[in-house]
Ligand binder design. Structure first.
Ligand code: NAD
Length: 519
């Protein structure tokens, strides 16, 4: 295992020095415990967002390769489902220790392919690691229920049984955390898994599945295929895949939810967001402004739980100049540079989309109080950088308010009362997260009770629940009825089997003829 860890570390360092598409190594399929070169004729270049140099090429896995992955997973399920739960638990103990040992290598790969700062990339791994740690409790998590004596000599009990082969489709913005929301929980519940990581940064997922194997998870239990639409359609249509976990944009999420559901699969789909931070004038000013700066611009705004919209209530609007001063101090740089507070956007197209949305706000009458559009980073002139940007006096009908910007852009509104702020949030179609900043308990309680959003923070800007809870985005941010990780995750990846049995010492009294419904 030391050799493997050194190999992983060497690979992360080596990838940092790669430069040209023609020499860039390929990302492999991972089938039956082996990294396998794809025979694809279509390949997708993965770029370092800070330089736009190609770091690896990802295949659009062929139909045969994808079918092989499913066949292997289907065969592996036959034995994996009967592996004892204590064995699966032991694999998770080992897996969590391997991830911990390799955090910095994973983070280097994330920074290389995704662009976020190294410290933020470590956070990406840590938040996924916490799900693996939670999976170590699987014997308790997967407990069923029993009730004895529901009739004479009769007891009922439930078992949570695995579904079979399940699939995970992940977005680019958390290349470690989101795969870790999916495959550890799926496999500890006894399923086998097909992962389809984001074609824009698959490296962390590849490193993680190798570590799972090193931890003892048998070949075929987790497999990885790659691609875009064809691989997604394959997953939605393949009859042997019983459930799909998706995280990503609205467009893909709605499509996958519908296509997977029509094909009889269980689907959970976490999608886009527009998260509002409400600032009351009684809040602790220094703490609130610091939290707001971090949650709006951290990770260059490429977080589904970024606080991308601020609602200043009443006199709180006077704090805006101070907020801007703090935002101006953030350092934009390549993610591996030690002073970086925020890195580049994922692609030149993503950058252009952000610039267009900022311009649309200006054209529709918003005030551009901070303009990060012309952001030059010395030494990284070709990177996809945008600096912290703030559009104020935004109105709900403006495009920059209606659409998820997914960049370091805060849109802000002024309202007179807390009721106005709550109305504004409830009129927005998304329900991923929201936060209130206040020292008034009654106001905080009113906000938490009356706001129709699935995850609420009180003086906490990014209220992503730890894995003993579940990720509970709602309304336009979620399709499905069982959430990711926590109790919801165990429910999603298992089917309840309810057994009712009668054991009576005196056999003669069993089996009397009865044609009416037994009561
Ligand atoms: P994306 O939808 O472009 O990609 C996600 C996955 O779907 C990828 O694996 C991709 O290959 C596939 N895909 C993309 N377009 C597709 C299409 N038209 N048809 C079928 N499959 C398609 O998302 P992204 O840009 O990688 O991620 C950013 C989005 O994800 C943002 O909207 C963000 O809010 C959302 N997100 C949500 C959560 C959450 O928990 N709610 C978490 C992280 C990210």
């Amino acid at each position: 295992s030391v050799v493997r860890r050194e190999a992983l570390a060497a690979r992360a360092v080596w990838q940092c020095s790669r430069a040209y598409a023609s020499t860039a190594p390929t990302t492999k399929n991972y089938i039956n415990g082996k990294m396998v070169e794809s025979k694809a004729d279509k390949w997708i270049d993965v770029h370092n967002p800070a330089t736009n140099e190609v770091v690896t090429r990802v295949p659009e896995s062929t139909q045969d390769e994808m079918q092989e992955a499913v066949d292997v997973a289907k065969t592996a399920f036959k034995t994996w489902k009967d592996t004892t739960i204590l064995t699966r638990q032991q694999y998770m103990f080992k897996f969590q220790s391997l991830i911990k040992d390799n955090i910095s290598e994973l983070a280097k790969n994330i920074t290389l392919e995704q662009g976020k700062t190294l410290i933020d990339a470590e956070g990406d791994v840590m938040r996924g690691l916490q799900v693996v740690e939670h999976c170590c409790s699987i014997p308790s998590l997967q407990l069923g229920e029993t009730l004895s004596g529901i009739a004479k000599d009769m007891d009922t009990m439930t078992f949570r049984t695995p579904l079979g082969v399940v699939a995970g489709i992940t977005p680019f913005n958390f290349p470690a955390m989101i795969p870790l929301w999916m495959f550890p929980m799926a496999l500890t519940c006894g399923n086998t898994v097909i992962m389809k990581p984001s074609e824009r940064d698959p490296g962390a997922c590849m490193m993680l599945v190798e570590m799972a194997q090193e931890a003892g998870v048998p070949a075929g239990v987790v497999n990885v295929i790659h691609g875009r639409h064809d691989s997604v359609n394959f997953i939605c249509d393949n009859p042997d895949i019983k459930a799909i976990s998706f995280v990503g944009s609205d467009q893909a999420g709605s499509y996958i939810y519908e296509r997977g559901s029509i094909n009889g699969k269980r689907v959970q789909s976490n999608m886009g967001a527009k998260n509002h931070g409400v600032i009351l004038p009684d809040a602790n000013k220094e703490n609130t402004l610091n939290q707001l700066v971090g949650a709006a611009f951290g990770a260059a705004g490429q977080r589904c739980m970024a606080l991308s919209t601020a609602i200043f209530v009443g006199e709180a609007k006077e704090w805006i100049p101070e907020f801007i001063e703090k935002a101006k101090k953030l350092k934009v740089n390549a993610g591996h540079e030690p002073n970086a507070d925020l890195g580049p956007l994922i692609s030149p197209e993503a950058k252009q989309r952000v610039l267009d949305l900022v311009q649309s706000g200006v054209d529709e009458g918003a005030e551009l109080l901070l303009d990060g559009r012309d952001c030059q980073v010395k030494g990284y002139e070709k990177g996809n950088f945008v600096g912290p940007t703030m559009l104020h006096q935004v109105k709900p009908e403006m495009k920059c308010y209606r659409e998820e910007i997914f960049g370091p852009v805060l849109v802000s509104l002024e309202v007179d009362t807390l009721d106005d702020a709550i109305d504004c949030i409830n009129n927005n179609p998304y329900g991923n997260g929201t936060a209130i900043f206040t020292t008034n308990g009654a106001a905080a309680r009113k906000f938490t009770m009356e706001t129709d959003v699935g995850q609420i923070g009180v003086n906490v800007p990014i209220p992503v629940p730890l894995p003993m809870f579940s990720f509970t985005g709602s309304r336009g941010s979620f399709k499905g009825d069982m959430n990711f990780y926590g109790k919801g995750g165990v429910q999603f990846y298992t089917q309840l089997k309810t057994v009712t049995q009668m054991w009576r010492a005196d056999d003669a009294s069993i089996g009397q003829k009865q044609t009416a419904m037994p009561v």
